[in-house]
Design a binder for this molecule. Structure first.
Ligand code: TXA
Ligand code: MG
Length: 339
């Protein structure tokens, strides 16, 4: 299959809408990362997503809508907490897990009785949904296991020949995937951290949001992930990544002791020039927002440079940094060393 990359125009939006209605795949920009869209009601179409990504079939997809009226048929009910969170954060990078409605294909939900839904703020996604009338399922546009793409070039690198169209809408603003929160249980529970933080949701809900244990630690054998995506190896570059927890002086000393061919540093802005090894900077220290924006491109860049061993500076674990830490420990296969 030939993959076309088109700039965003009225014609390319029309083409994307037509492809979606015909049950084809379209890769497109969202405010978080690039996604691969297919009609969420059409099981055959959604099946193509799993094939294009090489994604395990038991990992459910997020349904993307525009306008609250589109929830009809997608969810069975809108819990009170979901209404509050939607009023505060939609359109935006928040996915809510709700009781599943009758119109969503089994393939989209991987057979679960819940469905993850989000209303993106990116104007290109909004235009495609409005033009097609299609609520679409869309995972990140990477090959399964690789870092999510945040621009059209990285999307093409993974998806060339696997789908007919990539809409090029420039860099994704946020850089990591949406926050996923479940509002079906007794207590709201964070299943995947993102740009909308636990603290922000707690302020809106007036109650504690629990944190799924799979977010910051490796699941023990036999433990069940509430968000199936959390159990897979994820975001992994080819290099072996280790996170070094400690201050900059200790980090630099460690690198002096461990420098060899193929060793790279993944550090914060302004630090690289002081290090004895080649480096990539991934955002400002203590600033989850800039780290989230750069992390996935940085991981892909390390591959492009042929890095073999990567030592990464450790982000914080609250606010938006929780999302950065969550992605980085997976890229590092949970190797964290305290200096
Ligand atoms: O920002 C995003 O959410 C991007 C863009 C393209 O919108 N999409 C995305 O989709 O990240 P994906 O498929 O890569 O991640 C979906 C995550 C997975 O961790 C999955 O397990 C979880 O959401 N999820 C989806 N439906 C769920 C459900 N019903 N219950 C629990 N977790 C669910
Ligand atoms: Mg993904």
């Amino acid at each position: 299959m030939k993959t076309q990359v088109l700039p965003v125009t009225e014609e390319s939006i029309q083409l994307a809408a037509r492809l979606l209605r015909q049950g084809e795949l379209v890769a497109l920009p969202t405010e978080t990362v690039y996604g691969i869209a297919a009609d969420a009601r059409n099981g055959e179409a959604v099946h193509k997503i799993f094939e294009a990504k090489g994604r395990p079939q038991d990992n459910p997809l997020i349904v993307h809508i525009f306008g609250m009226e589109m929830l009809e048929g997608v969810v069975a009910e809108v819990p009170a907490r979901a209404r509050k969170l939607a009023a505060a954060f939609w359109p935006g990078p928040l996915t809510m897990v709700m009781p599943r409605g009758p119109e969503v294909s089994d393939v989209t939900c991987a057979g679960l009785d819940t469905v993850g839904v989000r209303m993106p703020s990116h104007p290109v996604v909004q235009a495609v949904i409005r033009t097609s009338g299609v609520a679409f399922a869309a995972p990140s546009a990477n090959l399964s296991g690789k870092p999510s793409p945040t621009n059209a070039q990285d999307t093409l690198a993974d998806m060339d020949g696997r789908l007919p169209l990539i809409l090029d809408g420039g860099e994704s603003m946020v850089g990591v995937e949406s926050t996923v929160v479940s509002v079906v249980g007794e207590h709201p529970m964070l299943l995947r951290p993102g740009y909308i933080t636990k603290e922000q949701m707690e302020a809106v809900l007036g109650e504690e949001v629990l944190v799924s244990p799979a977010i910051l630690e490796k699941l023990k054998d036999g433990e069940v992930a509430r968000s199936p995506g959390m159990k897979y190896k994820h975001y992994a570059p080819k290099a072996q990544v280790t996170i070094l927890r400690g201050d900059f002086a200790a980090y630099r000393t460690f690198l002096e002791q461990h420098k060899e061919e193929g060793v790279w540093a993944l550090c914060f802005d302004g630090e690289g020039a002081q290090l004895p090894v080649p480096y990539i900077e991934y955002g400002k220290n203590h600033d989850g927002v800039t780290q989230a924006h750069h992390l996935f491109t940085a991981l892909r860049d390390l591959d492009r440079h042929g890095a073999r061993i990567v030592y990464a500076r450790c982000p914080e674990q609250d606010g938006v940094s929780m999302a950065v830490y969550n992605r980085l420990i997976r890229a590092a296969a949970f190797r964290v060393v305290t200096l």
